[in-house]
Design a protein around this ligand. Structure first.
Ligand code: RIB
Ligand code: CA
Length: 314
């Protein structure tokens, strides 16, 4: 088998983050060097707790989990309990995790790991606001060229916003952080709402999770049955959009996805469109391409991969 892909997962669990983490921990192609929690869907204290609960569900309590930034770089935190519930993982019964949180700050872990691992060997898989990554880049610019690639759930163009009419949540929470990352020059692949809204947990797909017969399958089904309420009510969706797992699925099988290498920039000043990702999909400007912006996926192939991997966990 090809060598494992070394990744750091930066995350704000969140039910969809949880499914992404489970997929990563179940997949032999991936080596999770660490999980760095960031404030987003719910405050940092909860995202750091939820990340550990998820590792315990996966039977991977030896995973290193770090707490990172508790608010955006220059703004007050906006959270999404209306989507994820008060705990951030509403749906299944939860518990106080027994596995430890690492003492080191997540930003220091990101910097130290990128400096110590051979250049070009570590991928940053980001599932929440980009505060941790942008803060690391700001504090240690030398690590930027050492990053292999950033694969990030965030943004929207044809699908427009889910937290405001113009902006997707991860970008909206910390637009300045997104602007730093988008302009960093690091190879960047974006999974925007344009593609994640096509990854819907329909009832047959959720039934397939539940009928896996393992703890992970039931836990996943209970999370997505809660998580789907918001999108069903707002969009009339056929199920919960699995935003964040698309990042991990891309790392395992990029052929599941299609998109364009284009210029994508972030609105950081207008109150009306703050956090909007302006994607030059039709290449009408001379702005340099800086991101592969995904627009479509093989949804059945995605769910087949996901379900098969969840079956491997306890
Ligand atoms: O807009 C969807 C994104 O915001 C997902 O990452 C979800 O977990 C929330 O963080
Ligand atoms: Ca998330």
């Amino acid at each position: 088998m090809a060598s494992k892909r070394k990744i750091i997962i930066d995350t704000d669990p969140g039910q969809d983050d949880a499914v992404a983490i489970l997929l990563a921990l179940a997949s032999p192609e991936i080596e999770v060097l660490g999980i760095t929690a960031v404030a987003g869907n719910v405050p940092l204290s909860l995202t750091a707790k939820n990340a550990r609960i998820i590792c315990e569900v996966a039977g991977k309590a030896d995973t290193r989990v770090f707490a990172g930034c508790d608010q955006p770089m220059r703004r007050n935190l906006v959270t999404a309990e209306h989507v994820h519930g008060r705990t951030g993982l509403d749906g299944p019964d939860l518990w106080e995790p027994t596995m430890p949180i690492q003492d080191q700050h997540a930003v220091d872990f990101i910097i130290e790991t990128l400096r110590s691992e051979p250049t070009g060997t570590v991928t940053l898989a980001t599932l929440g606001p980009l505060t941790n990554v942008a803060t690391a880049f700001d504090r240690a610019p030398d690590i930027v060229p050492r990053v292999a690639e950033i694969v990030s759930m965030g943004g929207a163009y044809f699908e427009v916003g889910n937290i405001t009419p113009a902006a997707e949540f991860n970008i909206y929470v910390d637009p300045e952080a997104a602007d730093i990352v988008f302009k960093s020059g690091t190879p960047l692949t974006l999974m925007p709402l344009d593609v994640t809204h096509k990854a819907l947990v329909t009832k047959p797909r959720n039934d397939a999770f539940r009928s896996l017969g393992n703890r992970t399958g039931v836990f996943t089904a209970e999370m997505t049955e809660f998580f789907e309420r918001f999108d069903k009510e707002k969009y009339g969706s056929a199920g919960a959009p699995l935003h964040d797992p698309t990042v991990i699925a891309y790392l395992i099988n990029p052929d599941l996805f299609s998109g364009r290498h284009i210029n994508v920039e972030v609105e950081t000043t207008s109150d009306l469109t703050l956090g909007m990702t302006v994607a030059d999909w039709w290449r009408v400007t001379n702005r340099p391409a800086n991101a592969t912006f995904m627009g479509d996926l093989d949804a059945d192939g995605f769910f087949t991969l996901l379900t098969e991997r969840l079956a491997r966990l306890p």
